[in-house]
Design a protein around this ligand. Structure first.
Ligand code: ATP
Ligand code: MG
Length: 556
């Protein structure tokens, strides 16, 4: 007989607290964009209240005929209802796939078509602008749950008023008996290196979400935790919804976009104990200057960490100096579903290192492979690809509609991450770069991170991205795109100063040959530098999939 193991993400996040005293503690503290101007701009939901909302949502979906395995897409900013919909869908075994609210029709179409979305949860205005134009290409879409039905959508087949349905919904407990291997979440990758891939995750992942939150983010019950990532990306779901709730913490959700003053006020006012953010956000805080943080007290923050991009030593130093907060790096991917390598609270920070693999996770570096055999690196300091031994619970189970690509990620029992790193003699891992971004110059293999971090040490440099450009002599030469700090002018003199600094510190072979000043670096909406776009533009090549590109960037 088949050995079934029932496990449900929503049960682990909410229901398991309901027979404990935690049922009445705050699960979600939502900060409306109107905060602090408006008096009723903060909304608390206890675990019990959140449970009831998700019961109702599950009943609403069930009454619509939605079943286990059907896919629901959300397309909203961070509003409280988004969290009810995410968890309520999982409760019913419905697959939840969050879309970033700034996506336009094309990226929405690509993802919903692949996912065969049956339901979409969104605003009437978003629907009109972004979904209506592509509706005829989405034959699987049956129901449109509108948060703010303005009545104008009566003619649209399947359009429903979310709040009306919720107001009359059954609020009694309901839980689908999901199997550990049942499909639960569909997350699209950031599209940094090419077309975003749809990674499939299962209910069993929750075991790892829960454990890794304790190990890597130091979660303790009743902590006030703030994850700044949007659920449109895997960080905003694994650690912006699931892991904190499983661990009984109070999760802050800020509905507004980035604003330095607001962020400092949130950290102070809401007494954040644990903070999870990203290098790009930290560099935006740096941009806002050193005077601003002096007005605030961040001594309450017990643990702070960062993910998504390499955490440059300069950023760690700045944050220590001006916020009195030590940032801890951690590394993972959409595919891993959870944090794999981390500078946890027990590990002294080595600035520039990502830390060590979490307990129970087997990580190694490889030089390459010979057929089905991997060539493992034993020597400290040698550079290789990060590989992870199969079997952690939140490992992805496939790329939607791309089994060949999925198969290529594995050799025997090992998952090949596509990222390069070094390991020192004490077992710390140091990020080098993505395999795609590594530059081959005069016989050296250079990771962009090392060069970018060094450039950022120069007082005039706020951010930098380096790429390799074909060179008849060196193979490739390094070109750097540099964003200057305020107060510095993009002059030829400034360029020479930075180039000179890089040559002294890195040596002629590794230093950039050329620098170009740029207002903003092209980034994905999840804050990752799109080096491939800089390169394509530089070389006049096709720019490829730009669905995740943040709009506010200039052309180099
Ligand atoms: P795509 O796979 O579509 O090109 P992506 O790899 O950027 O996009 P994500 O899964 O969101 O999509 O990002 C994971 C990647 O982000 C990692 O493979 C790594 O390159 C980078 N990354 C994440 N955390 C860190 C970190 N702490 N240090 C360095 N790089 C990191
Ligand atoms: Mg990737």
């Amino acid at each position: 007989m088949e050995n079934k193991k029932f496990i449900n993400i929503c049960y682990e996040a909410i229901d398991c607290h309901l027979k404990t005293t935690r049922r009445d503690s705050v699960a979600i503290r939502y900060i409306d964009p109107s905060w602090p101007q408006k008096s009723d701009s903060v909304r608390d939901l206890t675990y019990q209240e959140l449970a009831i909302e998700t019961y109702k949502l599950a009943h609403v979906l069930k009454n619509l005929g939605i079943k286990k395995g059907d896919v629901l897409f959300s397309l909203t900013p961070r509003i409280p209802e988004l969290y009810t919909v995410a968890l309520g869908s999982l409760r019913l075994g419905v697959v939840f796939s969050p879309l970033f609210s700034a996506f336009g029709p094309e990226p929405i179409l690509a993802r919903m078509k692949k996912g065969k979305g049956k339901v979409i949860f969104t605003y009437a205005s978003y629907f009109r602008k972004k979904v209506a134009p592509i509706l005829s290409s989405l034959p699987a879409l049956e129901h449109i749950l509108l948060i703010d039905d303005d009545g104008s959508l009566k003619d649209i087949n399947g359009a429903l008023n979310f709040h009306e349905l919720m107001a009359s919904a059954d609020g009694t407990p309901i839980l689908e008996q999901t199997d550990a291997e049942d499909f639960a979440l569909l997350h699209f990758t950031s599209g940094t290196t090419g077309e975003p891939k749809g990674a499939v995750h299962v209910h069993q992942a929750v075991e790892y979400h829960k454990k890794s939150g304790q190990l890597a983010l130091d979660f303790k019950a009743n902590d006030i935790f703030w994850c700044t990532a949007d659920p449109g990306w895997v960080t905003g779901t694994s650690y912006g919804i699931i892991s904190p709730l499983c661990n009984g913490v109070t999760m802050l959700i800020d509905g507004a976009e980035f604003n330095a003053v607001r962020w400092y006020e949130i950290l102070q006012h809401f007494k954040v104990d644990v903070w999870y953010t990203a290098p790009t956000a930290m560099r935006m805080l740096m941009r806002a200057g050193e005077e601003l943080p002096k007005q605030y007290d961040f001594s309450r923050v017990r643990f702070a960490s960062s993910v998504g991009e390499p955490l440059n030593p300069e950023v760690i130093e700045w944050t220590r100096k001006h916020l009195n907060i030590t940032l801890h790096d951690n590394w993972w991917q959409t595919e891993t579903g959870g944090i794999i390598i981390a500078n946890d609270s027990h590990l002294p920070v080595r600035a520039g290192s990502m830390g060590k693999p979490l307990p129970g996770i087997q990580v190694a570096l490889i030089k390459g492979q010979k057929g089905e055999e991997l060539e493992f690196i034993q020597t400290p300091g040698e550079q290789g690809e990060i590989v992870i031994h199969k079997g952690w619970a939140s490992m992805f189970r496939g790329y939607l509609e791309n089994p060949e690509r999925y198969a290529k990620c594995f050799v025997g029992d090992w998952y090949l991450s596509g990222d390069l790193a070094k390991r020192d003699q004490d077992g710390y891992y140091w990020f080098v770069g993505r395999k795609d971004d590594v530059i081959k110059t005069s016989g050296h293999l250079i990771g962009p991170f090392e060069v970018e971090s060094l450039l950022m040490e120069h007082p005039s440099v706020l951010e930098a991205a380096v790429i390799g450009i074909p060179d008849p002599v060196a193979g490739e030469m390094i070109k750097a795109f540099v964003v200057l700090r305020s107060g510095y002018a993009p002059t030829a003199e400034q360029k020479l100063q930075i180039l000179g600094y890089a040559r002294t510190k890195l040596g002629i072979a590794v230093a950039p040959r050329e620098i170009q000043f740029i207002e903003n670096l092209p980034k994905t909406r999840s804050g990752k530098i799109m080096r491939r776009l800089l390169k394509a533009r530089e070389l006049g090549l096709p720019v490829g999939d730009l669905s995740t590109l943040e709009i506010s960037h200039d052309q180099p």
